[in-house]
Design a protein around this ligand. Structure first.
Ligand code: NDP
Ligand code: ZN
Length: 373
């Protein structure tokens, strides 16, 4: 009798989309099988839906340069097969019994993190990305909260994630373009806000790609006078159209004249080798260079302390906490700030990666996950 009641209760709950499964969730996506290989179709499974988890059917996933760096082992050796992708938006299809922020049918977003200890001083202050006991990145990370399995990302048809590591999507959001807000958005919004950039400040954005074009839009929305730095002339018109007051191709030495000692804040999103002193020297006294770009370990930029004369500051920033990720999404949607996207089927992902590395993307690829079917 007890068993019958339990089965009936489970059936009623599942009809309403509530679930707490003991079985793993079947998933399919595209994975890398070696550091230098191509991404190929891959079937795998995710941990069961816990009481605080939601199951998301992935609709779109952005293609971040970090997917390529990490997939290729630019920063550290990886384990394969590896499904990357951390700019995820989808629809909730099941909710664990204790989930309160989502119901079936809602849109949900997932960014670069899927877990953290939740009780250290950084987690307590909403900066889970700096968790003292180790946050779990969305892919390629040992998930200590789920039997040490290696996390797998969003180039796939679904995600299972604790609701605390998912963001709600405001009504009316342009769903196709929301995914990149989870990484390119918050990674640039966060340092701009933490630096206290304000109207009229002279701001520089170095690297005008997926992250850089989001940074430009946030700084322009605040009212800063923004100069964009990149290595070609190709994106000059787009930068000016998006509100930059100046575009500098750093490969033309003459365009750099007169810029030293000008900026109160510069954000570097550069993904490859460069000399950071070029930008440090452009800072005014007490100016700040925030670095978010993460070149391969062999190309990591180095700043000599004695080069920081005039109390110039250089700091590094990693994505943003969950509270700030939600704030970024809400702010972006309410201000109409979105990435410029090229939507592609997943079958074009290898070509898309080559184009990102070759600087041929304007400005973010987004994979339409329907193409997986
Ligand atoms: P993109 O490839 O989309 O953009 C990079 C841009 O930088 C391109 O426009 C590129 O030009 C330009 N660029 C390359 N070299 C230089 C240079 N020497 N000087 C000026 N501009 C240059 O990459 P993303 O925006 O997706 O990512 C940027 C970096 O940020 C990556 O290293 C990524 O891993 C990192 N990242 C860091 C995060 C964090 O939390 N700290 C989070 C997310 C990403 P061109 O197009 O001509 O090649
Ligand atoms: Zn990213």
């Amino acid at each position: 009798m007890k068993r019958l009641i339990f089965t009936l209760a489970a059936a009623i709950l599942s009809l309403h989309g509530f679930a707490q499964t003991t079985e793993r969730i079947a998933s399919k996506g595209y994975a890398l099988h070696t550091a230098d290989g191509e991404l190929k179709p891959y079937d795998f499974s995710r941990h069961p839906i816990g009481e605080n988890d939601i199951l998301i059917e992935t609709l779109y996933c952005g293609v971040c340069h970090s997917d390529i760096h990490q997939g290729r082992g630019d920063w550290s050796p990886q384990s394969y097969p590896l499904v990357v992708g951390h700019e995820i938006v989808g629809r909730v299809v099941q909710t664990g019994l204790k989930v309160t922020r989502f119901k079936v049918g809602d849109y949900a977003g997932v960014g670069c993190m899927v877990g953290s200890c939740r009780h250290c001083e950084y987690c307590d202050s909403g900066e889970e990305q700096y968790c003292l006991h180790g946050r779990v990145l969305t892919y390629g990370d040992k998930d200590v909260y789920h039997d040490n399995e290696i996390s797998q990302g969003g180039y796939s048809n679904n995600m299972v994630v604790d609701e605390q590591f998912a963001v709600t999507i405001p009504k009316g959001a342009d769903i196709e373009k929301v995914g990149p807000l989870m990484c390119a958005g918050v990674t640039t919004y966060s340092p701009i806000m933490h630096a206290g950039v304000k109207r009229g400040d002279k701001v520089g954005i170095a690297g005008f790609g997926g992250l850089g074009h989001m940074a430009l839009q946030y700084a322009v929305a605040i009212g800063a006078e923004v100069t964009v730095f990149d290595i070609t002339n190709e994106k000059r018109d787009e930068a000016l159209d998006m509100g930059a007051v100046r575009y500098v191709n750093v490969r033309n030495i003459e365009e750099l004249e007169g810029l030293n000692n000008m900026f109160s804040f510069i954000l570097s999103t550069i993904p490859s080798a460069y000399d950071p002193m070029l930008y440090v020297n452009m800072l005014k006294m007490d100016g700040e260079l925030a670095v978010v770009g993460m070149p391969a370990a062999k190309d990591a930029p180095v700043v000599p302390v004695l080069g920081l004369r005039g109390r110039r500051k250089v700091w590094f920033s990693v994505i943003g906490g969950m509270r700030e990720t939600q704030e970024t999404v809400d702010y972006s949607v309410s201000h109409g700030i979105y990435p410029k996207v090229e939507v592609i089927p997943i079958q074009q992902i290898n070509e898309a990666w080559r184009n990102v590395v070759d600087g041929k993307v304007h400005f973010r690829y987004v994979i339409d996950m329907k193409s997986l079917e």
